[in-house]
Ligand binder design. Structure first.
Ligand code: MG
Length: 313
């Protein structure tokens, strides 16, 4: 047997899967906002630049949340000023409300994301309003974003379970998502915020959206690996036709509601599976792993990603 590159799995395509998957890289925003260490803007800019150089094309860069609530990302405007524009690379930002939108527009962004809740308990704790009243906060943001021709993604958190309420009815998740699309969101990201989803449930939620006439192209998935289910859930979503998957380089982010070091699905773990399935992803895995090893050094803790561990040890 001749020596070969062991840095990638052999491709074994499987029928019924998308030919290409867009990875929505959330490490710089969802990842870093949930890390205890606060990094400087130049380190974040280097992180984003390295991720772009590794082939990632959608990089959620930061959040315009109030600095008091998310001190890790208080430098959003400064960071965006440090980014090097690259052909074909998008830098969406999270915008929680109109004040955040003002700041995002002043910084010249072209794409935003809003953050909604599928449950009343999380809406009250995270958004300070009940399940229905959250839309009154989003409506003017959506209206003004559309007037400025911004792309808008709607995060729907707690779609598969809520730490205070337990199970979340599928009809409720679909109703919240449907309303966000009606308000003007271009895409929904269905979040398993506490990482409890399992594959049958993922299929059932996606079928629920199908029954509500939401096209599968309008749906992305956002899984957490807290209970080791993120890749199984992702594969189930791919089989249902989803072709946009959220992931965080190196698995950055922990799990804010479970006290676990394992939070967001690691981009490297996702890339390994996509490569093995022969699905186009555009990422240079070695460059990505090197970036996550470097970032782990900045944060002073090892990456929880299995693939980062396997390829860097
Ligand atoms: Mg997340």
């Amino acid at each position: 047997m001749s020596a070969r590159n062991v840095g990638l799995p052999d491709p074994h395509p499987s029928p019924g899967l998308p030919a290409r998957v867009t990875i929505w890289e959330v490490g710089a925003r969802d990842g870093l906002q949930n890390e205890p260490v606060v990094l400087g803007a130049r380190v974040k800019a280097e992180f984003l630049d390295r991720l772009a150089a590794a082939g990632l094309r959608v990089l959620e860069a930061t959040s315009f949340a109030h600095p008091r609530w998310v001190p890790q990302l208080a430098d959003a405007t400064e960071l965006l000023g440090l980014l090097t524009p690259r052909q074909g690379v998008r830098y969406p930002v999270l915008v929680p409300n109109e004040r955040g939108l003002d700041r995002a527009l002043a910084a010249g962004v072209t794409e935003i994301a809003i953050f909604a809740s599928a449950t009343d308990s999380f809406a009250r704790r995270n958004l300070n309003r009940d399940l229905k009243k959250q839309f009154a906060m989003f409506a003017p943001v959506l209206r003004r974003a559309k007037a400025s021709v911004l792309g808008v993604r709607g995060y729907v958190s707690m779609c598969f379970g809520d730490p205070w309420e337990g199970a979340v009815p599928i009809e409720q998740v679909v109703d919240i998502g449907r309303r966000l699309l009606d308000l003007g969101c271009d895409q929904l990201s269905l979040g398993d915020t506490i990482g409890v989803a399992t594959p049958g449930q993922v299929a059932a939620v996606l079928e629920g959206f199908g029954r509500a006439d939401v096209g599968i192209d309008a749906l992305a998935v956002h899984f957490h690996d807290t209970y080791g289910q993120a890749l199984s859930n992702t594969l189930t979503a791919l089989r249902a036709g989803v072709s946009c998957v959220d992931a965080s380089a190196g698995g950055l982010g922990g799990c804010p509601y479970a006290g676990s070091a394992t939070g967001n699905l690691a981009t490297e773990d996702l890339v390994w599976m996509l490569e093995g399935l022969g699905i186009e992803h555009g990422v240079d895995l070695d460059a990505l792993v090197a970036t996550s090893v470097w970032m782990a050094g900045q944060l002073g803790r090892p990456s929880p990603s299995r693939v980062v561990h396997a390829l860097s040890s």
